[in-house]
Write a protein that binds this ligand. Structure first.
Ligand SMILES: Nc1ncnc2c1ncn2[C@@H]1O[C@H](COP(=O)(O)OP(=O)(O)OP(=O)(O)O)[C@@H](O)[C@H]1O
Ligand SMILES: [Mg+2]
Length: 386
């Protein structure tokens, strides 16, 4: 299932959003313009729809409540509203879905956060409309969505599963390399990649080998002197490790473990693994970090290649990327592009205008046309303090 349109009201630093999404979408904007906040909408829906231990109250708790979530720019109507339109194509049952979730604080009494509206449409026909009579009788019901309840989402289970299948990746190499020393706890869904080795270890052998082979192929192109990748269990500790062989002056080269890999190599491995794991929406936060520009230029191609090489109709996997990289953007021709523009009234998001699209058709790349528009006017002053 692919999300083709997103509408938001009062979501973090956005008052109003109404944007199209493509199979691949790249979102750009200045620091603090709201890129991560935009990606967070889909992480929120994932938590709401999660089967074990998810739910809307949990998603709110993780964000310190509706008060923190609701836009400071909100005016008279303080409701937080998410609306998504999704399209399923064969081999899935072909349907157009719409899901609406609006939340508001009760304001009095227990100060609960309640579902102000929950709505599901399939091919334009409403199959859920809340609040319903039962909700009006028992307000407590409005503390939960039907999306999160297996007993209530039978008619739109595919929708719930699609939200729950979202992956978010913002791999931090240091956490993976020094996980033992830092003794950090691995957060749920492992967005920073600390649990990558455990996840690889848990994958059935055949699948694991096939995935690592694809990664090996990509690394051979991207990382100088790299020649081989393997996944080995330490005979003494029983822990699993990634090992890479680099061509070396010694005839057989040298094997290195992941804590000796370069940051970029690790990030690339994390990215390539994530692309192959799961079918849901993949959220990639600044995939360019630590990577050489020459590789960044090939990231869009790499994403495409890996997705196409998978067995299932993997081209249907949707990817949403946030980036600051001129190179990545320059090589994102053909992807849907979104530009975030901050203002005193909150940020707005838009696709390229007709004029900008025309400039791109006439040979300018997306970075040349769009990036200058994401630079704050005050930037000239940066570093010129007296
Ligand atoms: N409820 C809210 N109302 C208004 N603004 C908010 C709200 N919650 C968060 N923000 C603001 O949204 C801004 C954008 O944050 P976000 O992390 O999405 O930026 P970003 O584009 O990802 O930036 P970067 O490129 O630095 O990662 C932050 O300055 C934050 O203070
Ligand atoms: Mg960010």
């Amino acid at each position: 299932m692919q999300i083709v349109r997103l509408k938001l009201k009062n979501w973090r630093n956005f008052r109003e959003v109404d944007i199209p999404l493509g199979p691949r979408t790249v979102v750009i904007g200045a620091n603090a313009s709201g890129k991560s906040n935009l990606l967070d909408v889909f992480r929120f829906l994932r938590t709401v729809a999660q089967k074990d231990g998810g739910g809307v109250q949990k998603a709110l708790r993780e964000r310190d409540g509706l008060v923190k979530l609701r836009s400071l720019h909100a005016r008279r109507d303080p409701e937080v509203r998410i609306e998504v339109e999704l399209r399923a194509a064969p081999p899935e049952e072909p349907h157009v879905w719409r899901y609406v979730l609006a939340l508001r604080s009760e304001g009095t009494g227990q100060q609960r956060v309640l579902v102000a509206e929950e709505r599901v449409e399939r091919d334009g026909v409403p199959i859920l409309e809340r609040p319903d009579a039962a909700d009006r009788k028992d307000k407590e019901r409005l503390t939960q969505t039907h999306l999160e309840q297996i007993g209530s989402n039978g008619d739109f289970r595919a929708l719930a599963e699609s939200f729950a299948a979202t992956t978010y990746l913002h791999l931090v190499p240091q956490l993976l390399k020094h996980g033992d020393e830092i003794a950090t706890r691995i957060p749920e869904n492992d967005p920073f990649g600390q649990g990558l080795l455990q996840r690889i270890a848990k994958t059935p052998r055949q699948t694991r080998d096939a995935r690592l082979k694809r990664i090996q192929k990509a690394l051979a192109d991207a990382v100088p002197l790299f020649s081989e990748l393997r996944f080995e269990q330490d005979a003494v500790t029983g822990l699993w490790h990634l090992e890479a062989r680099f061509t070396h002056w010694r005839t057989h080269g040298a094997w290195q473990r992941e804590n000796q890999f370069s940051d970029g190599t690790l990030r690339l491995i994390g990215l390539l693994w994530a692309l192959q794991e799961g079918d849901g929406l993949l959220l990639l936060e600044e995939p360019e970090l630590s990577l050489n520009d020459g590789i960044v230029a090939r990231v869009p191609l790499l994403i495409d290649r890996v997705l196409r090489s998978r067995k299932r109709a993997a081209t249907s996997r949707q990817v949403l990327v946030s980036t600051h990289s001129e190179t990545l953007l320059a090589h994102s021709q053909g992807d849907a592009l979104l530009l975030i523009e901050p203002s005193a009234n909150g940020s707005t998001i838009r696709p390229p205008t007709a004029e900008e699209a025309e400039q791109m058709q006439h040979g300018l790349n997306p970075a040349e046309v769009l990036l200058p528009k994401t630079r704050p006017d005050s930037l000239d002053q940066l570093g010129l303090w007296e």
